[in-house]
Design a protein around this ligand. Structure first.
Ligand code: SF4
Ligand code: SF4
Length: 508
């Protein structure tokens, strides 16, 4: 199959996969408490369906989606809801946010699942509903509700190609690799479901060319499955080849235009862990309550991959990895390029958590003193999104955010390639993250003020309308009164008529 290339990237990034990838996936024990932040996906936070004191079962929906872009949350084990309150969440801000905490009972009772014997009997919209109700979001780290991506009904798009993203390009992370090594058959069944759901012509499962054993395992699963529409391909190991737009370009030569989504060029791209979750939801009837996660770095005694219940505190996973080593220096959620530091291990893993990196001092790049930009242009050459990081930096730093937007700031995937190559050690990505957050706040405030203005205008309009209606009623009443003879006049007329009648009678 012909492959294309994308601009920039880093071909020689140290991989550090061997530390965690050689051991099989271990099922992590159910912890004493599971914590579920309500906003663990892109979009609106979920709304609790339980109260403190409620008993729940594994698989039970404990929070429902709110609005179009949202996802429900399901209990990862049986137990009792002991709190619905703010808890530390895995977020670069280090903030707390509303979360449901379940004290598990050690029994791990489950709801009755409804398995499916033949998914081909289900329509696309029925399958989308299953994915939506299972609370599946992008498990590659994006956490975008998957049902929205798959729901093409009534939209002016036709999906030709489904891309299965197994290109785990970020150093240290190996959970997708282990998943494909051990459960490729189920992933390929998930691919078939997607093909049926989207009426797509072909599916391409892409992995980097540095994992030949895994590629063999995928090819065997495809051979067993015998669906000619599914193909696997090895792509060059270049960071960040697993970025959605970069992978699409590598496999199809097509560029997703700025501000557009892949569906608009006939492509849906899904992480392989998400495909596995779809297979589990459709075939087994199981909602998303666990995921595979890499716990690695020189800071843990036994780096490897675990299948853990979503909501498990990081401290419990560190225990499964036989605790911290003396080198443990920094806790990072995600990889060293795109991850973020955590202030504590009393934080739960969420649906999007693919890696906990317990880094030693030399495993993460320590911040160096930033020097002035020397306009060398290395950042632009390395940028896989074909952006101009130097200019973006300038506009972000000087709060000229509208100009940064014009230079496609929101196409920045925060891959960190520009940071790595910058000889002046400028923390470019930090500035881009700041600029994006500031713009989101500005947009939110603008939206709020628009809503407030619309409400004010609607109120003023209502008051004016009611005033006009009152005036009209009063005018009509006056007019009616004017046209009516006064009571005295009527009485006098009646009296005159009576008098006349009497005088006629007397004359008779
Ligand atoms: S972080 Fe953004 S600007 Fe920098 S290289 Fe990556 S995509 Fe380009
Ligand atoms: S790599 Fe650094 S020094 Fe070079 S142009 Fe970009 S921001 Fe400036």
């Amino acid at each position: 199959m012909r492959l294309w290339s994308f601009n920039g990237g880093l071909p020689s990034l140290a991989e550090h996969k061997n530390e965690s990838v050689n051991l099989p996936i271990e099922i992590a024990p159910v912890p004493k408490c599971l914590v579920y932040p309500l906003g663990q996906h892109i979009g609106n936070a979920a709304k609790p369906l339980v109260q403190v004191g409620d008993n729940v079962l594994r698989g039970q929906k404990i929070a429902s989606a709110q609005g179009m872009v949202s996802a429900p949350i399901h209990a990862g084990s049986s137990g009792t809801v002991i709190s619905i309150a703010d808890h530390l969440i895995p977020h670069p801000s280090g903030f707390s946010a509303p979360s449901i905490t379940i004290e598990t009972d050690g029994v791990d009772n489950e709801i009755d699942y409804t398995p499916c014997t033949d998914f081909r009997q289900l329509s696309a919209s029925q399958l989308v509903d299953i994915v939506r109700e299972a609370g599946i979001v992008g498990l590659g780290g994006a956490a975008f509700p998957t049902a929205i991506k798959l729901d093409t009904q009534g939209k002016p798009v036709t999906i030709d190609t489904v891309i299965l993203n197994g290109a785990e390009c970020e150093p240290y992370i190996s959970c997708d690799d282990r998943l494909l090594k051990e459960r490729a058959n189920r992933v390929i069944e998930g691919v078939e479901i997607l093909l049926h759901m989207l009426s797509a012509k072909r599916a391409i499962l892409a992995v980097e060319d540095n994992i030949p054993e895994t590629f063999t395992s995928i090819q065997n699963a495809i051979t067993n499955n015998q669906n000619p529409a599914i193909n696997a391909v090895q792509i060059p190991t270049i960071y960040p080849t697993g970025g959605e737009k970069q992978l699409i370009q590598t496999l199809t030569g097509k560029e997703v235009p700025s501000g557009k989504i892949p569906a608009e060029i006939g492509i849906v791209s899904i992480n392989v862990g998400t495909v596995y979750a779809i297979q589990q939801a459709v075939i087994e009837g199981k909602p998303l309550t666990s995921r595979i996660i890499t716990v690695t770095g020189e800071g843990v005694n036994k780096p490897h991959n675990l299948e853990a219940r979503i909501g498990t505190p990081i401290s419990a996973l560190i225990n499964v990895c036989r605790g911290y080593t003396k080198q443990a220096d920094r806790l990072i959620m995600g990889g060293p390029m795109m991850g973020f530091a955590l202030p504590s291990d009393n934080i739960p893993i969420v649906k999007a958590t693919n890696c906990i990196l317990v880094a030693s001092k030399h495993e993460v790049v320590t911040e160096k003193q930033a020097m002035p930009c020397i306009r060398c242009g290395l950042c632009a050459s390395a940028c896989p999104a074909s952006l101009l990081p130097q200019q973006l930096y300038w506009f972000s730093r000087s709060d000229q955010l509208d100009k940064a937007v014009k230079l496609n700031l929101f196409d920045c995937i925060e891959c960190g390639c520009c940071d790595v190559v910058c000889p002046s050690h400028i923390p470019l990505v930090q500035h881009f993250r700041y600029a994006k957050s500031a713009l989101k706040v500005q947009n939110h405030e603008k939206h709020q003020s628009n809503v407030a203005r619309e409400r004010f205008e609607a109120r003023e309009e209502r008051i004016a309308r009611e005033k006009a209606e009152r005036a009209e009623r009063s005018r009509k009443k006056k007019a009616a009164l004017k046209s009516k003879p006064a009571k005295e006049e009527i009485d006098a007329a009646v009296n005159r008529s009576k008098t006349k009648k009497n005088s006629i009678t007397n004359e008779d």
